[in-house]
Design a protein around this ligand. Structure first.
Ligand code: ADP
Ligand code: MG
Ligand code: ZN
Length: 475
C-alpha cells in the first residue's frame, strides 16, 4: 500500500507591537521575570482589557498580504483551561468570527507553484512561562510574556510533504518579516509551529486521523519532525494498529515525537464570546488604507527583479528573501552597479563575509554605493578582478572606499605593456623546460605562465594584455 501525508500547520507569530494586546505593559524580550506586568495581564479580578489597535492593524496587514478576506465584524472569545502560566484561567482568543479568513499563499516546490489555503488568522494573547530550575520541588512562573499579542495562522490541510511544510513556513516567515509584524525568530519562540499530520492510502478522499506535533522550533525540525511522524504512522497502520488523535511532542535531541496527551476537542475549552471586550467593527476605509500601505511583497518583488534587471530566477529568489537584502541590491544598482555583477558579489563575497560574523544586511557596514564604485573601477580597468576581491574584503572590514584602498595599497592594475613584457621575459628565462613543453604542444601550460607572471606582479597585471604578450612570446 502506498500512503500520502496530509499536513496542516498552525503557526503562532508574536506581533512586533511595543505593548501587550490588552494593557500598556512592554513586550520587550529578556527582562527580569515579572517586571513587565500589571493587574490586567496578571489577571486580577475586576480589571478590564482594552484592545491594542496596533495588534489589530498587524493582523489585518497579515491577512491582506496572504489574500484573506478581512472581517468587518469580528470578536474575541474566552478559551477556558487551567495552567499555572495562565493566571486568569482563560485565554482571550478568537473562535467564531476571526479577523481574517479564506486566504492562501503560494510556495514553489520542485519548480512548481502550489497554493496552500489559509483557513483563518486570529488574534490572541500569549501565556506566561513556567520555569523549572533550582532543582527544588517547585517551579517558577514568569508573567512577562502574558498578554503579548499573537496571531495564529491556520492553514488548510493542503500540504503533502515535509518539504512543502518547510517551504510554507519559510514563505510565511518572509512575508511576516516584510510586513514588519513579526521578527520571525523561531529559536527565541516569536514564531512557533504546531504541525498536524495524518496519512491515508493514495487515492482515498477522506482524511485520516491526525496527530498534532508541538515544540518545533526551526525549519529543519519542521521537516525532521514530520518525516519521523509520517513514518511512525505508516508503521502503526501497517502493523494493524490505529492512529489515535493526540498531541505529540517533538524531541529534537532524540529525533522522535512522543505522545504528550490525548487531543483536546474544541468543546473542552468551553469557548464563549468575551464579555469584557466589545465586538470589533472594522471600517472598509481603514482596511483600504492598510492595503495601500503594504510594502511590495516577496513574490512581486522577485518577478520584478527578473523582469527589470534580467536576473536569473535563482538570484532573484535569494535577493528577495529579505527586504533588507533586496534594498541593498537596489541601492547598489541605483548607484550604477550592473545588476548581475552586484548580485554575484552579494551572493558570493558579501554573504560569505556577513555569515562569518553572523551579521544581517541591516547590520552590514559596507554601503551599496561602495560596491557600485568598486565595480566601476573594474570596468575602467583600474583594478583587476583578482585584486577586486582583496579590495572588497578591505572595504568590508575598514569601511574605506575602493579608490582610497587602491591608492593606499598601490593596487592599481598594470596595463603598461613594457612592464608586463619585462616580467614575462623574466619568467620565460627562468622556466626553459616549461617553455619547451609548451612549444611542443602542451598548451595547458599557458595557465602556469599566467600564474607565475601574476605572482611576480602581485596580481596587478592586466590579464588581457598579459595573455596577449605571453602568447606572442611563446609562439
Ligand atoms: P485544533 O485547533 O483543535 O488543533 P483546527 O480545526 O483548528 O484544530 O485544525 C488545526 C489544523 O489541523 C489545521 O491546520 C488543519 O488544516 C489541520 N488538519 C485538520 N484535519 C487534519 C487531518 N486529518 N490531517 C492533517 N491535518 C489536519
Ligand atoms: Mg491545534
Ligand atoms: Zn500588563
Amino acid at each position: 500500500m502506498k500512503y500520502e501525508a496530509v499536513i496542516g500547520l498552525e503557526v503562532h507569530a508574536q506581533m512586533l507591537t511595543e505593548t501587550k494586546i490588552f494593557c500598556g505593559c512592554s513586550t520587550k524580550f529578556g527582562s527580569e521575570p515579572n517586571t513587565q506586568t500589571c493587574p490586567i495581564c496578571i489577571g486580577m479580578p475586576g480589571v478590564l482589557p482594552v484592545l491594542n489597535k496596533k495588534a489589530l492593524e498587524f493582523a489585518i496587514r497579515t491577512g491582506l498580504a496572504t489574500n484573506c478576506k478581512i472581517s468587518n465584524y469580528s470578536r474575541f472569545a474566552r478559551k477556558n483551561y487551567f495552567y499555572p502560566d495562565l493566571p486568569k484561567g482563560y485565554q482571550i482568543s478568537q473562535y467564531e468570527l476571526p479577523i481574517c479568513e479564506h486566504g492562501f499563499l503560494e510556495i514553489v516546490v520542485d519548480g512548481e507553484v502550489k497554493k496552500i489555503g489559509i483557513t483563518r488568522i486570529h488574534m490572541e494573547e500569549d501565556a506566561g512561562k513556567n520555569i523549572h530550575e533550582g532543582g527544588g520541588n517547585y517551579s517558577f512562573v514568569d508573567l512577562n510574556r502574558t498578554g503579548v499579542p499573537l496571531m495564529e495562522i491556520v492553514s488548510e490541510p493542503d500540504i503533502r510533504s515535509p518539504k512543502e511544510a518547510a517551504e510554507y513556513m519559510k514563505k510565511l516567515r518572509t512575508i511576516l518579516r516584510y510586513l514588519g509584524v513579526c521578527d520571525g525568530n523561531m529559536e527565541q519562540g516569536s514564531l512557533r509551529c504546531d504541525a498536524n499530520v495524518s496519512i491515508r492510502p493514495v487515492g482515498q478522499k477522506e482524511l485520516g486521523t491526525r496527530a498534532e506535533v508541538k515544540n518545533i522550533n526551526s525549519f529543519k525540525f519542521v521537516e525532521k519532525a514530520l518525516e519521523y511522524e509520517i513514518k511512525r504512522q505508516i508503521k502503526v497502520i501497517e502493523e494493524g494498529g490505529k492512529i489515535i488523535q493526540e498531541t505529540r511532542l517533538w524531541d529534537s535531541d532524540r529525533g522522535i515525537t512522543e505522545s504528550m496527551r490525548s487531543k483536546e476537542e474544541a468543546h473542552d475549552y468551553r469557548y464563549f464570546p468575551e464579555p469584557d471586550l466589545v465586538p470589533m467593527t472594522v471600517e472598509q476605509k481603514w482596511i483600504d488604507e492598510i492595503k495601500s500601505s503594504l510594502p511590495e511583497l516577496p513574490d512581486v518583488k522577485r518577478e520584478r527583479f527578473v523582469a527589470e534587471f534580467g536576473l536569473p530566477e535563482y538570484d532573484a529568489d535569494l535577493l528577495t528573501s529579505e527586504k533588507s537584502i533586496a534594498n541593498w541590491f537596489e541601492g547598489a544598482v541605483k548607484a550604477g552597479g550592473q545588476a548581475k555583477a552586484v548580485s554575484n558579489w552579494m551572493m558570493g563575497e558579501l554573504m560569505k563575509l556577513l555569515n562569518e560574523e553572523n551579521k544581517t544586511f541591516e547590520e552590514c557596514a559596507l554601503k551599496p554605493a561602495q560596491l557600485a564604485e568598486m565595480l566601476s573601477l573594474m570596468d575602467k580597468g583600474t583594478i583587476s578582478g583578482k585584486i577586486a576581491k582583496t579590495i572588497f574584503e578591505e572595504m568590508y572590514k575598514t569601511g574605506k572606499d575602493a579608490d582610497v584602498i587602491v591608492k593606499e595599497k598601490g593596487l592599481v592594475q598594470v596595463s603598461d605593456e613594457g612592464a608586463i613584457e619585462k616580467a614575462v621575459d623574466e619568467i620565460i628565462a627562468k622556466n626553459p623546460k616549461e617553455v619547451e613543453r609548451y612549444k611542443s604542444g602542451d598548451e595547458k601550460l599557458l595557465g602556469f605562465f599566467v600564474g607565475q607572471v601574476m605572482k611576480a606582479m602581485k596580481g596587478k597585471a592586466n590579464p588581457q594584455i598579459l595573455n596577449e604578450i605571453l602568447k606572442k612570446k611563446l609562439s
